[in-house]
Design a protein. Structure first.
Lengths: 255, 255
DNA sequence: AACAGCATTCGATAATACCGAAAGGAATAG
DNA sequence: CTATTCCTTTCGGTATTATCGAATGCTGTT
């Protein structure tokens, strides 16, 4: 069709992960099934544009500074973040919890904003993407997605047992989605990390489609049932405000 | 030469700024002097790879989620950040100041890490890039760069008067670089933002070249002369530790 | 209802990226 | 110290691929 060069370039960039942040030309070529000469052309083009940077000593390539620049720009101009920043920051500070904003992208939750800058730090890095089925944001989104899409999603992803509390049975998960809809918010008690509890509320856009979710997280002590009764309404309010700004118009009830 | 497709793709991405985060195909074509058909090919390839996202209603393109992912990954695997994270976080908390890590890239300072998550928020966004000549990190780097490179840099950039205190005279700036070398750290009192004071210390790599800098910022009350006398040695210590981890080996004095 | 402006599609052409081989370097083994 | 190996980088011919310009289709406006 069109533009395979660009597609290959993005494939190269997609190889870089937290576990393997440095790649040699020949390994990239092997991973993508391309000739080394071809790969070298792509890689050096990406280097000239600062999408990759080469360590002069080891000849290995790492992600370049231009990506940092573009990533920060995308985050800051992302409409969901722009709408959610003020209310979620306020709630997070006011309630001493960690506030997050995220979307479901390629079957994983991509955290697009977080009030916890710790989480971006190298030491405890798990990546900006987390599974959907066992996180506050993911559950909130899945609970309000069309049923067939949810089933397809659950079939595609691996329901890994992260902690002893993690729900991995599709049937029980769907029951939990129903419960989430009845409550209006998701509840995840130590299913991702043992000492982390989260509540999540979906954000809607035009035509009532879920476009993302917001969440508050903290240690188990902060999420006793009484605390949740206080937190949830505030987060629901915030999410409604964000949804409205995202173009959501609640259906009139008389229809 | 090679790979103009990729180069054009990055040119497209480079058009997106905080001031203009949304582009139409025809405007991109105009800005880059390409045919609209050609531009559409590039843009839709970038969209397929999630480097761009199209608003279905307005048909305008914005930066895509993949860039957020890659940007976060680059930040977290960036070796300077990895080495600086622990000491700068500690210092920042311990002294109630804002800690930053940055490099000089294309004549501007790119902030690669910051303990102030406020600054990434839409409301007060000035971009991850800031001028070098009037910021703590920038001054620290410039002061330790080879003289001819500094002169070339100062000739290329516009020395804008951000506040009434901003030094814009190249001669006085070079005197300040000398003073910075004598002190070992840069001092910037309200030259970028009136109510922000900063001290910056360079980070060295192999062969003694400056590879970046770290800084501490706060409001003017926190940076009285006595306070600086306490802060500076700690930041100098931290920077030396980071430099060592970056491969810097101090020259033996007996040579 | 006609128009204007834009995104998108399409086909022919010419340029460009691809491949495979070879050269150049660096590190390790003999 | 030399030989070997592995990897990066360069090079040229070929075929694929991106490009351009025009045509089509869509949307919102006059």
């Amino acid at each position: 069709m069109s533009q395979q060069s660009i597609h290959r370039a993005t494939q190269v960039l997609g190889l870089f992960t937290f576990e393997k942040p440095s790649w040699r030309v020949s390994d990239i070529a092997k991973a993508l099934g391309l000739a080394v000469g071809t790969t070298h052309g792509i890689v050096s083009a990406l280097e000239r544009c600062e999408f990759l940077a080469q360590d002069p000593a080891s000849k290995e390539y790492k992600l370049g500074l231009k990506l940092l620049e573009l990533g920060a720009l995308q985050s800051v101009t992302f409409s969901l973040n722009r709408k959610a920043a003020t209310p979620i920051n306020y709630l997070s500070r006011h309630t001493s919890t960690i506030g997050r904003v995220g979307v479901l992208n390629n079957d994983v939750v991509l955290t697009t904003m977080s009030t916890d800058h710790q989480e971006w730090h190298p030491s405890s890095y798990i990546g900006p993407t987390v599974p959907a089925f066992c996180t506050g944001i993911g559950r909130a989104i899945l609970a309000y997605m069309p049923g067939e899409e949810v089933i397809a999603h659950l079939a595609r992803v691996k329901l890994h047992q992260y902690t002893s509390k993690t729900l991995t049975d599709p049937v029980r998960l769907r029951a939990e989605f129903t419960a989430t809809r009845e409550r209006g918010y998701s509840l995840v008690y130590g299913e991702t990390l043992v000492h982390l509890d989260t509540i999540g509320v979906p954000v809607f856009g035009p035509e009532g489609r879920v476009v993302g979710a917001v969440s508050l997280s903290g240690n188990p002590g902060q999420f006793a049932s009484g605390d949740v009764a206080e937190l949830a309404p505030q987060l629901l309010d915030a999410a409604m405000e964000i949804s409205t700004h995202m173009g959501y118009r609640p259906q009139p009830h008389f229809l």
